[in-house]
Design a protein around this ligand. Structure first.
Ligand SMILES: NC(=O)c1ccc[n+]([C@@H]2O[C@H](COP(=O)([O-])OP(=O)(O)OC[C@H]3O[C@@H](n4cnc5c(N)ncnc54)[C@H](OP(=O)(O)O)[C@@H]3O)[C@@H](O)[C@H]2O)c1
Length: 299
């Protein structure tokens, strides 16, 4: 099965390439300059068509949450207009589409994990543009599954795990927000989940398998608890580990407002697609070990 995925160096793209190796899937990353989500629609459609997908995974996005507050036009171009065109291309080809989205479509004021039918209410330009992207994709192409994930980390690119380990190399303590809760999700686990959903969708046109799904790791944490787990795992393999000072969101002002409750309920994904991602602590350990080893090799 040929899976064409948008982007090249993104965490989820690289995880799909790694997890797809040697299996029944051929993963074809398609990114700039061949496919630019902010570029011409015709060029995007022809790039997708030339790649001859059995299914398309739309993983590329404008993901700089704070920068998006001052870069609205480009965030919408990449997160809404581009995915709409990708959905049109998949529709023309008659192939299914998996589109990735985010917990930031919610305002975070609910007191329990969000389900797919909960009312959305993004509090940032990034969240608004991703919500617009979900709606555009579903309106263009019924044969689509939107997978909302959250707090993504991996051995690739820039993410919270790598930031924490970098900061710990030259200080004794890091201050980390303790009043936002979510589900830290490994991009490698997300990739495994996407491969199952892709196989289900290619093999079956059941409409239950289409629509919106939440796909995050099992278990929850605050950013501060996540940081503590990172340093615990790092210490076990001789990597950097420092104290974590719990602070409030109000003590760490950012351009974009983050939801205090980012927790997603991924039960529907298990019921319909049979996918349940592992507990975040085990996956954090694996990723931290890889990052510590990579950093040791580089120095
Ligand atoms: N990161 C998170 O914490 C998080 C949380 C919730 C949801 N998500 C969603 O999950 C998906 C994957 O996220 P990620 O963490 O893998 O993202 P990432 O590591 O930030 O990578 C972003 C990807 O988008 C590509 N891209 C950006 N602008 C583009 C453009 N104009 N044309 C083509 N490609 C472009 C990048 O291209 P290059 O390969 O050229 O760099 C890269 O491959 C996204 O839809 C994101 O919104 C992420």
């Amino acid at each position: 099965m040929r899976i064409v995925v948008t982007g090249r160096e993104g965490q989820v793209v690289r995880s799909l390439v790694e997890r797809g190796k040697g299996g029944a899937f051929e993963i074809v990353p398609l990114g700039r300059p061949d496919l630019d989500l902010a570029g011409s629609g015709d060029a995007m459609v022809s790039a997708i068509e030339s790649a001859r997908p059995d299914i398309v995974v739309s993983a590329a996005a404008y993901t700089q949450v704070d920068k998006a507050e001052h870069d609205r036009e480009l965030a919408y171009a990449i997160n809404e207009v581009g995915p709409r065109t990708i959905a049109q291309a998949a529709h023309r080809l008659g192939v299914p589409l998996i589109h990735l989205s985010t917990d930031y479509v919610f305002d975070g004021n609910k007191h329990s994990p969000y389900v797919e039918t909960d009312v959305t209410g993004p509090t940032s330009v990034y969240g608004e543009s991703k919500l617009a992207g979900e709606q555009a994709v579903l309106a263009q192409h019924e044969n689509s599954a939107v997978l909302r994930t959250a707090w993504v980390y991996s051995p690739f690119g820039a993410n919270f795990v790598k930031t924490m380990l970098r900061l710990a190399r030259d200080r004794d303590e890091v201050e980390v927000v303790a009043d936002q809760r979510g589900n830290p999700s490994s991009a490698l686990d997300i990739a495994d989940g996407i491969l199952v959903v892709a196989a289900n969708m290619v093999g079956d046109d059941n409409s239950d398998q289409r629509g919106i799904f939440h796909m995050t790791s099992n278990g929850e944490a605050s950013w501060a608890e996540f940081a503590e787990a990172i340093f615990e795992a790092s210490a076990e393999v001789g990597g950097p580990a420092v104290r974590v000072k719990h602070i409030r969101t109000a003590d760490y002002p950012t351009a974009a407002r983050r939801p205090p409750n980012s927790r997603l309920d991924s039960g529907k994904l298990f019921r319909i697609h049979g996918v349940r991602l592992p507990n975040w602590r085990a996956s954090t350990k694996d990723v931290v070990e890889r990052v510590v080893r990579m950093t040791d090799q580089e120095s």
